[in-house]
Design a protein around this ligand. Structure first.
Ligand SMILES: Nc1ncnc2c1ncn2[C@@H]1O[C@H](COP(=O)(O)OP(=O)(O)O)[C@@H](O)[C@H]1O
Ligand SMILES: [Mg+2]
Length: 337
């Protein structure tokens, strides 16, 4: 049995229309395809198709076709007899046998070899197959849901995918909308992932994302769709937590590409780095002790902030202070917004 189905977030018209289609298709006991760019939620949708179907109490098994070599995929799906190939020391039941009565989800189905495609066609049409190295024909009742981000009709034209298998699978096709055409889902998804991350970090509440971050998220195209948004949101929450010793204020920094130099969101232009004053800097000479230490302290804090791009967690380290000591200084000098 697969885990309890995850919550599907989204209220945009395109997503609601997709959910409608999913509910309708789930009831049809036929093979079908879930198509969509990477990260659009194909795996989640396939699981939902199963759990909304009459087979919901039976087994749901996902298999990623791209994760296995041709021979391993064949034996994973259809099983093998003892001695079927080097290393096959015992008979092994395949996923089709184990999913009998339930649903088999074939992710990245376009990568299946010609031989596996041929066997898939037969098991979908007649429910029949043989284990590798076996001659007994077995019968199963399995609903197949395939997923891919490959243009299957084009793959058929190029001779890379069987036309008859595509016809079978394409009984119903659910095409998931990319995130960039359902922008109103970005904010609820980001909140959802951010909140979950905060809980994971042991925080009691989640301060949310700052408006300028939300604005950036809404404008960005999200080529990696929901998966990319999830990573960006979780990373931002994780970093804020580490740098600031907790989640105290709305998150103001996000980083889209973890490989590139961080792209930072700041409200103000980066100030020129002020030259730190020293206790004997001329313009604070002559004033009294309290004013001079106050001015010196303030200049150290400002220098640390600008050296650290206004990052309070790093600025406190820069000065060798704890985060709380540093926040105390900010308060004292009226630098907290
Ligand atoms: N509508 C949604 N609500 C909540 N989480 C989602 C939604 N769509 C996708 N996700 C999450 O995004 C990630 C990518 O989804 P997945 O189904 O693996 O995408 P795909 O198989 O299309 O590449 C997963 O962590 C999934 O839980
Ligand atoms: Mg996937």
């Amino acid at each position: 049995m697969a885990a309890i189905p995850q919550q599907l977030i989204g209220q945009s018209p395109a997503w609601l229309a997709t959910l409608d289609q999913i509910s309708g298709s789930a009831a049809l006991d036929r093979s079908m395809l879930v198509i969509g760019e990477r990260g659009t939620g194909k795996e989640l949708v396939a699981a939902r198709l199963h759990f909304l179907s009459p087979r919901w109490e039976k087994t749901y098994i996902p298999v990623n076709c791209a994760a296995l070599s041709d021979e391993l995929l064949d034996s994973e799906l259809f099983g093998h007899e003892q001695g079927a190939f080097t290393g096959a020391s015992k008979r092994r039941l395949g996923r089709f046998e184990r999913a009998d009565g339930g649903t088999l989800f074939l992710d990245e189905i376009a990568t299946a070899s010609a031989r596996v495609q041929e066997k898939l066609l037969r098991v979908i049409e007649y429910g029949e197959f043989e284990r590798l190295g076996g001659d007994q024909t077995l019968k199963v009742d399995v609903r197949v849901i395939g997923a891919t981000n490959v243009d299957l009709p084009a793959a058929v034209k190029k001779g890379n995918f069987r036309a008859d298998l595509l016809d079978r699978l394409a009984f119903d096709v659910i095409t998931l909308p990319p995130l960039r055409i359902r922008k109103s889902d970005i904010f609820p998804l980001a909140e959802h992932f951010g909140r979950k991350m905060a809980v994971e970090l042991g925080e009691e509440s989640f301060p949310g994302f700052a408006p300028e971050v939300m604005e950036f998220m809404a404008d960005y195209d999200w080529p990696g769709n929901v998966r990319e948004l999830k990573n960006v949101a979780e990373r931002a929450v994780g970093r804020a937590f580490n740098d600031e010793g907790g989640l105290t204020a709305p998150i103001r920094q996000i980083n889209i590409d973890p490989f590139e130099a961080p792209w930072r969101l700041t409200n103000e232009d980066k100030p020129d780095i002020p030259k730190p004053i020293s206790p004997d800097t001329p313009d604070i000479q002559g004033t009294d002790f309290t004013e001079r230490t106050h001015a010196f302290e303030l200049s150290l804090v400002k220098e640390a902030l600008s050296q650290c791009e206004n990052h309070q967690g790093r600025a406190s380290k820069y000065l060798g202070l704890t985060y709380h000591q540093f926040r105390g200084l900010l308060r004292k000098h009226g630098l907290r917004k």
